[in-house]
Design a protein around this ligand. Structure first.
Ligand code: HOZ
Length: 433
């Protein structure tokens, strides 16, 4: 039984006094679904526990990195061991080298890599690098893709911006706007038109190879390769933002799964085992432009932090050693997606389920969701009710229609069935409304 979230309500009342909107990242505020955000005090395995001692099956997994479940023992032990040697040095460590070697081993397109502290830092730096390398200013991004909160990306942005209905943030200068070109996801002709009308001006094309930030949206067959070809032909750097998909959709991320070699890749929290880490990497020739080996400046005291590196190494080493994790995630993802489709059909609802590996979304629309326009046809009010129905039944979804869900290896068949039952019961109760 889920108790009334009295302690979360109290905590939120206090939070709004000191933190804008009461949260440190907008989607968490539950604004698009209504109600009070749950304040989480701990998590273990597949479960989150809130301040009122309610336990939920977690389908966010800290937005991706908890692929092995929360407080995974090898990661926890690595952190415990690392903190005995202090928390930060602002000087190089052998762990950073080990991490860099491991990433280049798992992702062959990444020949050199620079650690940073978040996905946002990774994407901002990758774009600066692309501009430095090509001597061009403009970039192409896709409507509804989210690459963190760097100025250049807050144009037609997905994730929280889309959930709050403000995909273009104020505070972005006209020159930034001018340099960011946007195309609809999965639309090749639009990209060709942008490239043709800005010949020799485009430094980079950045994409979420599978979008997680307008809900889960898959690339059409051949789309990622067609973009690769255009980029090669036009001297544009092809950047895969794998903050969500890296080491999740395959040991080598979406690029392994779809057989694409991007020029640059951005990575996030999974390489810190859930701690605040990001990285950008790619071809040696490009990465050697980064200071101090080259002139493109980027720096950070906490970059390559020893605790975060220890956590990430434990996580990535485990994933490398246990490829069966990916088979299990694949099976669970398919099982849940099929179960949801069956349930939706039985109830005569006609909603859309998108899924790839351990990422999925149930969209409250009968439309095939392939881009920003089709994602926006979803009935977000219905989704809000569904969200709360699931919460009441002990399942914690992303509090937005426009965020993918992430499965962990701790979701076994029994828990998958629990999720499906909760979903069926919630959808059935909504149909009666
Ligand atoms: N917008 C982030 C996921 N796409 C959510 C970040 C958070 O609230 O932690």
């Amino acid at each position: 039984m889920i108790r009334k979230p009295k302690n979360s309500e109290k905590a939120f009342e206090e939070a709004v006094k000191y933190i804008p909107g009461g949260v440190n990242s907008p989607v968490r505020a539950f604004k698009s679904v209504g109600g009070t955000p749950r304040f989480i005090k701990r998590a273990k395995g597949a479960y989150l526990t809130d301040e009122d001692n309610n336990r939920y099956i977690d389908l966010i997994g800290s937005w991706g990195p908890m692929i092995l479940g929360h407080a995974f023992a090898p990661v926890e032990n690595a952190v415990r061991k690392a903190i005995r040697s202090s928390f930060s040095f602002g000087a190089p460590t052998v762990k950073e080298v080990e991490m860099a070697r491991l990433i280049t081993d798992l992702m062959p397109s990444v020949e050199m890599v620079r650690m940073v502290n978040s996905g946002t830092e990774a994407t901002m730096s990758a774009i600066r690098l692309a501009r430095a390398y090509t001597g061009r200013n403009k970039i192409i991004k896709f409507e509804g893709c989210y690459h963190g909160h760097g100025d250049a990306f807050l144009i037609s942005a997905g994730s929280g911006a889309l959930s709050l209905g403000v995909p273009d943030s104020p505070g972005i200068t006209p020159s930034t706007l001018q340099d960011t070109l946007t195309a609809p996801y999965n639309n090749l002709e639009a990209v060709k038109a942008l490239v043709n009308s800005h010949k020799g001006q485009i430094a980079a094309l950045i994409i979420e190879p599978v979008v997680g930030n307008m809900g889960c949206v898959l690339p059409a067959d051949g789309y990622l390769q067609a973009l690769r070809d255009i980029c090669t032909q036009e001297g544009i750097l092809y950047i895969f933002d794998e903050v969500m998909t890296g080491f999740r959709l395959a040991p080598g991320g979406a690029q392994e799964r779809f057989g694409i070699q991007p020029d640059l890749t951005t990575l996030g929290k999974i390489i810190g085992g859930g701690m605040p880490v990001g990285a950008y990497g790619g071809k040696k020739e490009i990465m050697q432009m980064v200071a101090p080996s080259g002139p493109m400046y980027q720096a950070g005291t906490l970059s390559g932090n020893p605790i975060a590196m220890s956590a990430g190494l434990a996580m990535l080493k485990h994933l490398k050693k246990h490829p069966e994790v990916y088979e299990q995630l694949e099976e669970t993802g398919q099982y849940i997606a099929e179960g949801l489709r069956k349930s939706v059909a039985e109830l005569g609802l006609g909603y859309t389920v998108n899924q790839v590996g351990s990422m999925y979304s149930l969209f409250f629309t009968p439309e095939k969701v392939i881009d920003y326009t089709t994602a926006k046809t979803a009935d977000t009010a219905k989704f809000g009710k569904y969200f709360h129905g699931m919460l009441q039944r002990g399942v914690y979804l992303a509090p937005s229609q426009f965020e993918s869900l992430f499965l962990s290896a701790k979701i076994d068949r029994k828990l998958a069935n629990k999720i499906l039952r909760a979903s069926h019961d919630t959808l059935a109760s909504l149909a009666e409304d």
